[in-house]
Design a protein around this ligand. Structure first.
Ligand code: ATP
Ligand code: MN
Length: 477
């Protein structure tokens, strides 16, 4: 007898044949109908039990959450909601789940509750759907780059360069925290640490990716990054995954074109390959939004949102144009923004980004040519001497989903910027070498993977799109 996944049974049912499935009980109704799910699809298979055929003690063990193996004949179903069902002939209980203590019962649980049960929440429809979409997106990302001449590049996770400047870092050390070796000045002597210097978990693989782009041409990273920023928002994690393509001979326009095509491509893939999960997530989102005030509801249902992004050009405007729009906007004039926009040069907050995307343009927006002062040192200075070739991609409901730039390829300009920041050139010697030997224009960006998963699934909190979220005060699992 062949063992099938439930997805196989539903997709191409071997009718009237004996089949075997394994899975977890979603519900057991009337001592007769088992809805079984094995994770292969959002759909359950109905297994019909003739209770006279089975021992009462066995039936008692069948409850929500129990793991079963069921053998029986696959037949067409007359019941509502499914085409096929299994007439159970043999049931083997792999493992019971005591209804009095198993936390995942067939009812609506709050997301907060499920976060405390992160090891079991994957047994809910919502998390299984989200994680299948997450997996599909990962595949789509690799497929896109591999098809388009990019090489997958593994940036180091432990980094010795402390000039990445993207945020607070987690120190990596084997020194005894109670009695670390000290220098004459009383500072911790990292020369005696494992690597002989201070090291941290990476906040971005960009600098290393630049080195590899200047030899392989087009590379991308797709791996975990770490930020010890104490920001408890629905869009920040301490450990998250980032996709960072880096391309030699690309200017900012090429960079924007790539980012837009790439994002549209991976969303298309999900639309084509995750239809049932998206339909489920769309319904979930509609239900959730019903409980919110009108102003906070999305204007489009989930699948339409995704199609909209695929079908429409992203708006591209300069930072300077954005400031003009914001300065003249209603919330700014009525002092509704927490941070008022008065002058050119102001850093844009999430409220401003979301105003542009959700209220003004109602479309994904790429902002570019930002003031040099509010952006990283490695971004290419424009002829005006005050803006850099930076770009941020802003998405409805999310805010910034990706950030990138054309990199400064001119040794003298880069050195000046480093000096102005008070960074010691020696710390960046190898990065500067890239400008000494065969330098060329190049560009790249970083896309936050979880923010993309949030957009694709409509999940409001980033903690619910990564299996085991790491946030301040939280690394339980
Ligand atoms: P934000 O302003 O939202 O904190 P950032 O400017 O710090 O973002 P970058 O350093 O440009 O972000 O990182 C590139 C991308 O990585 C961002 O566009 C975002 O999608 C994602 N990202 C950044 N920080 C986090 C985080 N703490 N958790 C999850 N994703 C993040
Ligand atoms: Mn940040």
């Amino acid at each position: 007898m062949k063992s099938y996944s439930i997805n196989e049974l539903i997709q191409s049912p071997p009718l009237k044949q004996e089949v075997e499935v394994n899975g977890w009980v979603k519900t057991f109704r009337s001592n007769r109908f088992i809805a079984l799910n094995d994770g292969s699809t959002i759909k359950n298979i109905q297994c019909v039990v003739d209770f006279e055929q089975f021992n009462e003690n066995l039936l008692k063990k069948i409850a929500t959450g129990a793991a079963l193996k069921i053998k029986g004949v696959l037949v067409e179903s007359l019941g509502k909601g499914q085409n096929v069902e299994i007439q159970a002939q043999e049931i083997f209980v792999h493992g019971e789940a005591d209804p009095d203590s198993y936390p995942i019962q067939p009812k609506r649980h709050s997301m907060e509750f499920l976060r405390e049960q992160a090891h079991l929440r994957i047994r809910t429809n919502t998390f299984a759907a989200v994680m299948r979409v997450r997996s599909a997106l990962s595949f789509a990302i690799h497929a896109y780059f591999q098809k388009n001449g990019f090489y997958y590049f593994h940036a180091p996770i432990i980094t010795g360069s402390d000039a990445e400047g993207a945020g607070e870092m987690f120190r990596v050390s084997t020194l005894d925290p109670k009695t670390p070796p000290l220098t004459e000045n009383g500072d911790v002597n990292y020369k005696e640490d494992f690597f002989g210097k201070e090291t941290n978990l990476t906040v971005s693989g960009q600098l290393e990716a630049e080195a590899y782009a200047m030899g392989l041409g087009k590379v991308y990273t797709f791996g975990p990054t770490f930020r010890a920023e104490n920001s408890n928002t629905s869009r920040h994690l301490a450990e998250f995954w980032m996709i960072e393509p880096e391309m030699a001979f690309y200017d900012l326009k090429d960079n924007m074109d790539l980012a837009e095509e790439f994002i549209k491509n991976i969303i298309s893939y999900v639309l084509e390959n995750c239809e049932e999960d998206l339909e489920f997530l769309e319904k979930r989102l509609l239900d959730e939004e019903k409980t919110k005030p009108m102003a906070e509801r999305g204007e489009m249902a989930l699948i339409d949102r995704l199609k909209f992004v695929v079908d429409n050009d992203f708006i591209r405007i300069t930072y300077t144009e954005a400031i003009e729009i914001l300065r003249n906007s209603k919330p700014n004039k009525k002092k509704k923004f927490k941070y008022q926009i008065d002058e050119w040069g102001a850093d844009l907050q999430s409220e401003h980004e979301r105003y542009l995307v959700e209220k003004h343009f109602k479309c994904p927006v790429i902002l570019f040519d930002y003031p040099a002062k509010i952006k990283a040192f490695y971004m290419r200075l424009n002829e005006d001497g005050k803006t850099v070739r930076a770009m941020d991609i802003l998405f409805p409901g999310i805010g910034e989903i990706a950030g990138g730039s054309q990199r400064e390829e001119r040794l003298d300009v880069l050195k000046e910027k480093i000096a102005a920041l008070g960074i010691d050139e020696k710390e960046l010697w190898w990065y500067l070498d890239l400008r000494k030997f065969g330098t060329a224009i190049h560009s790249g960006f970083g896309l936050g993977f979880e923010r993309m998963v949030q957009f694709a699934t409509g999940m409001g909190n980033i903690r619910d799109v990564i299996p085991f979220p790491r946030t301040p005060q939280n690394a339980e699992f």
